[in-house]
Design a protein around this ligand. Sequence first.
Ligand SMILES: Nc1ncnc2c1ncn2[C@@H]1O[C@H](COP(=O)(O)OP(=O)(O)O)[C@@H](O)[C@H]1O
Ligand SMILES: [Mg+2]
Length: 307
Amino acid sequence: MADNDSAAAFWRMEGITKHYGGVTALENVDFRCEPGQIHAVLGENGAGKSTLIKIIAGVVQPDSGRMMLAGSDVRFSSPSDANRHGIVCIFQELSLLPDLTVADNICITDPPKRFGMIDNREQCRRARELLARIGCEDVHPMEPVKNLPLSRRQLVEIAKALGRKPKLLILDEATSALTAADVGKVYALLRKLRQDGLAILYISHRMHEIAELADVCSVFRNGRHIETFPKGLHGEDEVQRTTQKEEECDGGHRYHLTLRVTLTRESLESQAPSIYLRRVRRSGALGLHIQSSSRGHETRTLCPSSY
Ligand SMILES: Nc1ncnc2c1ncn2[C@@H]1O[C@H](COP(=O)(O)OP(=O)(O)O)[C@@H](O)[C@H]1O
Ligand SMILES: [Mg+2]
């Protein structure tokens, strides 16, 4: 890709590979995300999603590859190093210290000081403001975190992340413990943050969340980046299938399909054919359904008698 393209990307990774001992967690991954977008990262367990965001957030370092922020090469030695560059991640495992108060937790990395001591009043004010921003006024800043239910802890975690003034905010399954009403609050907040120009990476296995929130989706499978596509290009079922390692048909057989389509200049200029792949069952067989505006509808049967 052209150099000016890589300069334009807000966050860009090229050829990122990460091994854990003999396990390849990510293999030659290219990935980018932009401000003002909610970008969903999808994939089954073990697809490499958490490894991807741990690398972006400075928790682990890649074995090879390149990362660029606003066109400049970066490499983070720690999460606080990534924070300094405006990257903040809310991890699946909560990071709050249960014995400390909500305000202490929210301000833990950069507490306000007065005469060299932590300024509790200012810390409370800051915490209250951040809690209000996420519609969580019912949590008192002086409450010890251990007294809060899990759903409130998750919201405090989000308030803490916002206090670090992120430009790129990453949420790894951050709504998993929330009630439906709280999930609504988080959605509203994420939409507002998108409007404010943040880049948001959203990892979730809940397809309806993705359909509701995401502007762009990236699918990972077996440590590889399979596809990135804009919202609405694929249906929910179709996306779900893309994330799956293998598909299983009724008889318990497994199969892989690869569709390679070559379009000639003439066919593109003449009728802009649309071609898609669909599973069709005819008398127990699997079929390939090809629809092309230039050729009408056509169904070809695959693997007929053996199934
Ligand atoms: N610290 C680790 N040590 C060894 N293997 C790991 C470690 N972290 C992740 N893996 C492996 O790397 C692969 C990708 O894992 P992960 O990034 O957590 O995927 P996901 O978040 O999509 O479930 C998996 O096979 C997982 O078992
Ligand atoms: Mg994970």
